[in-house]
Design a protein around this ligand. Structure first.
Ligand SMILES: Cc1ncc(COP(=O)(O)O)c(C=O)c1O
Length: 391
């Protein structure tokens, strides 16, 4: 089977993890901070807070941005469940926005249309690693509303302004093994705001406030008030859970991050090859980088026109799986999931571009170690079946 994604583990990764295994700290040790510093370097942001998943990163960032119960947050539906679920987990209400049919990125005009007095902000997903319209979304949102980047696909991507991760109020990354670098499970929030980073750090760990200057006290009676000074004392001021990334994961992530340029250029080379090999197939649409930006090429999605091929995308998916090629579909629109349909009354017809894209999308194998011969096989098998299915 040629999978659609495959993480890469090298000897330097094994050595990095093994060093932590032989150290006194498997978690809450020095590697998390080292990884965070390296992430700041790569994303051009002043602060990074490593957490246990991309989902936790989104939830924490939204809470830190000050989401209040009932606040609406605009999110694309063409994304992984986590993008909308995180809004609910943070106490807000997701409101779905359509994508542009050409780029599959949030449509700033639809974003603006869906703003209400309850809109607190928006989440912009850099779909497949392609850079979304950060400036236009920010302008559309206007002052007083936040823009959060869901950059889980986009580590190493570059907009006109520089690396992704430092341009909106905050950005969230995922280090699941399908992504550019992995920590096993893991994620991070990056931001230019020290205040926001501090809130994220508190939310990462049960809402515990580490800075004694900010403590409010435990309310002990006067005769034992000196107990408040004890070195063991900790203080919780907000409700949160445990979203920590262990040092084991952080050491793996730091080791992988050190060769991000290499893995990005492998992804870009493979994407360019697909572009060249598939560009002229009638009825198949490729996804292009927006001019002036560089994609991180997390995914290589193509769109198959159901009017041109019998059985449409589903037939192509089945045929490729039958021949050992693990293509995938990214994503089932979140607003069509039963949970969202029942809770919010969303339905087919709400987001025409998202729904049309969903019925056509197919992600081809793309990962740094994909051999040229395997890529050729993907292209040959795909082209062969498309010809067989052509109307
Ligand atoms: C766009 C997007 N957002 C959020 C997430 C959640 O990340 P994680 O799986 O690390 O929780 C993912 C994961 O696949 C994703 O693709």
């Amino acid at each position: 089977m040629i999978p659609y994604c495959q993480h890469q583990i090298r000897d330097e990764d094994r050595r990095a993890v093994s060093k932590v295994l032989d150290s006194p700290r498997l978690t809450q040790g020095p590697m998390v901070q080292a990884f965070e510093q390296a992430l700041c370097g790569r994303t051009g942001s002043a602060w990074a807070v490593a957490v246990s998943s991309g989902t936790s990163a989104l939830q924490i960032a939204l809470q830190a941005l000050g989401l209040r119960p009932g606040d609406e947050v605009l999110v694309p539906s063409l994304s992984f469940l986590a993008t909308a679920n995180a809004v609910l987990l943070a106490g807000g209400r997701p409101v779905f926005v359509d994508v542009r049919s050409q780029t599959l990125s949030v449509d700033p005009a639809d974003l603006e249309r869906k703003i209400t007095p309850r809109t607190a902000g928006a989440v912009l997903v850099h779909y497949a690693g392609h850079v979304g319209e950060i400036g236009a979304c920010r302008d559309g949102l206007g002052a007083g509303r936040f823009l959060l980047e869901d950059a889980c696909h986009a580590l190493g991507a570059e907009s006109e302004e520089g690396p992704i991760g430092s341009q909106a109020d905050a950005a969230c990354f995922s280090f699941h093994p399908a992504k550019h670098i992995t920590t096993g499970e893991g994620g991070a929030i990056t931001t230019r705001s020290g205040t926001l980073a501090e809130r994220c750090r508190r939310l990462r760990e049960h809402g515990v406030e580490r800075d004694r200057q900010r403590w409010k006290g435990l309310g002990l009676p006067a005769d034992v008030s000196s107990e408040e000074e004890g070195a063991w004392v900790y203080e919780m001021q907000t409700l949160s859970g445990n979203h920590r990334l262990p040092d084991l994961g952080a050491s793996l992530g730091a080791s992988q991050l050190a060769r991000l340029d290499e893995t990005l250029s492998a992804r870009r080379r493979i994407a360019r090859r697909y572009d060249a090999l598939l560009g002229s197939i009638d009825g198949v649409e490729l996804l292009a980088e927006r001019p002036g930006t560089r994609s991180a090429w997390h995914l290589y999605p193509i769109r198959i026109d159901p009017a041109r091929f019998r059985g449409g995308r589903a037939a192509v998916y089945r045929a490729l799986h039958d021949e050992g090629i693990g293509v995938q579909v990214h994503y089932i629109p979140i607003h069509l999931q039963p949970f969202y349909r029942h809770r919010f009354g969303t339905r087919y017809g709400d987001l025409p571009n998202t729904e049309e894209a969903y019925l056509r999308l197919l992600s081809l194998p793309l990962f740094p170690d994909l051999a040229e011969a395997d890529q050729d096989r993907v292209v040959d098998v795909l082209s062969g079946h498309l010809e067989k299915l052509r109307r």
